[in-house]
Design a binder for this molecule. Structure first.
Ligand code: ADP
Length: 488
């Protein structure tokens, strides 16, 4: 048996609270901390974006060196160091202003930055260079999504000639197969990949370079962020063209559910919400509801249910289903609170809806972490009709906040939300399977009929969800098992 791996280099393009566009950022701060709590020596790497302020991010030391062998020019790259807040886990920021000092992470005005290949290739190469001169040599590199897909591919390409790479194992976590990092073939020299890697068995995906496929093919193990999603992505409906690759590598693929960081998402100690509450005393939730209605300029009505959505406005999240049934629900007198940014057409639709239903609808087209907490605390029902959902975090936050989820049974939603059964009293929410408005409507109506018809039962469902434990502890233990398995 090999030795137990202890040193984990965790690489991600976003880490909360430094930079975040979605759930990846939450995972990338909570998982390393949970691994460290299990006794592992973890270090994190991310790019230093323009939005990260050196002072508030607590930058400590910096190292400067010259990177010269990727493209025939030298780029001056600085490495800043800090800690993941509330922990002693070191995080390193790869700073190269021409690439990363920009208003956003991957795109602006809905258009990807044209040099994303170079940007993330540079990031990956710096990470790989960094593990050599420093005495700290990881046992495992844990990569995440297409932005880090070059790391396993480059390690694989140089394993035979590089002793360090030979001993390194790579684990690649797939957070969303919808983002594949596709680039034209002629850009291959900019990636640092070897020409022989541009084949169907390598990084080629329909004549393009796919950095996601690079990660899938060349890593030693792949995880998807929920067991159901790990199965779904092997089918044409969910695989986005990569189902064949994933079937081929199914013996190195498993699903590990993301966890919730309850130090941030727990109504009993959430500093942002109007009043704290817990499963044994939910009175504070009524105060949070009142405060949410006030803040959203909605009539203060304790008995009118608030349905909520917090989400990127994207086809993935089922906004076509939502827009098909929302007005029918509003006609029943419910209130609807929404927080999200994204697709301009959905932003327009929702803004119009808020104008039409002034007294029932509050639409917040912005990214606002505090408001997300207030909505989780103040709402009654949380809607997630996703077309696909790799894991999903908001349904787990909702469960802890006693906000009952109505979800489509897919991916992580399927692994965390179970249909309430009146006969047994089991179940923590309401679900539907068919991707169709009538199915979603029926599930929402099932929730509303309990809300309106039986307050005791409603309380029981809330408590079932609030008492469940989706903390990182169990998931971190699963990752450690995988690290150990890889080192055998
Ligand atoms: P995804 O990663 O697909 O966007 P998840 O449910 O896994 O979906 O994670 C989304 C995360 O982003 C959650 O923490 C959620 O609260 C947060 N979020 C999404 N949109 C907003 C927004 N407009 N304002 C604040 N937080 C948001």
């Amino acid at each position: 048996m090999g030795r137990m791996p202890r040193r984990i280099l965790f690489v991600s393009s976003e880490v909360a609270p430094f930079a975040k566009t979605g759930g990846l950022a939450d995972v990338s701060s909570a998982l390393p901390v949970a691994l460290a709590q299990h006794g592992l020596d973890v270090r994190v790497f991310m790019p230093k974006y323009g939005s990260i302020d050196a002072v508030s991010a607590g930058f400590l030391a910096s190292t400067r060196w010259v990177e010269s062998n990727l493209w025939d020019k030298s780029a001056k790259i600085t490495l800043f160091q800090s800690k993941i807040p509330g922990s002693s886990v070191p995080i390193y920021f790869v700073s190269y202003d021409p690439f990363f000092d920009r208003p956003d992470l991957y795109q602006e005005d809905g258009k990807d930055y044209p040099d994303n290949l170079e940007r993330f290739a540079l990031f990956c190469h710096v990470v790989l260079k960094r593990i050599r001169p420093d005495g700290w040599i990881p046992d495992i590199i844990h990569c995440n999504d297409w932005q880090t897909g070059l790391i396993p591919a480059i390690i694989a390409a140089y394993r035979s000639e590089n002793r360090l790479f030979r001993e390194l194992k790579t684990l690649f976590t797939l957070h969303n197969i919808g983002y594949q990092g596709l680039f034209p073939e002629d850009r291959l020299p900019l990636s640092g990949l070897q020409p022989w890697q541009f084949t169907i068995g390598g990084v080629e995906f329909y004549d393009s370079i796919s950095l996601l496929k690079a990660g899938l093919v060349y890593s030693d193990w792949i995880t998807a962020v929920s067991p159901t999603y790990a199965e779904e992505i092997q089918t044409p409906e969910y695989g986005k063209g990569l189902e064949g690759v994933l079937q081929h590598y199914s013996d190195k693929l498993s699903g590990v559910l993301n966890g919730v960081d309850y130090s941030i998402w727990d109504p009993s100690n959430d500093p942002v919400i109007a009043k704290n509450y817990s499963d044994t005393d939910l009175t504070g939730k009524a105060v949070c509801k009142q405060e949410l209605q006030r803040e959203c300029s909605l009539p203060i009505e304790p008995d009118v249910p608030i349905l909520a959505v917090i989400s990127r406005l994207d086809d993935q999240k089922g906004f076509d289903l939502l827009s098909a049934i929302l007005e029918d629900l509003l006609k029943l007198g419910v209130q609807f609170v929404m927080l999200g940014t994204g697709d301009a057409a959905y932003e327009r639709y929702l803004t119009k809806l808020a104008e039409k239903y002034t007294y029932q609808v509050a639409v917040n087209i912005t990214f606002n972490d505090d408001l997300a907490h207030k909505i989780e605390a103040g709402a009654d029902i949380f809607l997630m009709p996703s077309k696909y959902e790799p894991c999903g975090l908001n349904q787990m936050y909702s469960l802890r906040y006693g906000t009952i989820p109505v979800v489509r049974r897919t991916g992580g939603l399927n692994d965390t939300v179970s249909e309430f059964d009146r006969s047994t009293g089991e179940g923590n929410g309401f679900t539907f399977t068919e991707y169709a408005p009538h199915a979603f409507y029926r599930a929402a109506m099932n929730a509303l009929s309990v809300y309106w018809g039986n307050k005791d039962l409603w309380r029981q469902i809330q408590q079932t969800g609030m008492r469940q434990d989706f903390s990182w502890d169990a998931s971190a233990a699963r990752y450690i098992e995988l690290y150990n398995h890889l080192s055998l």
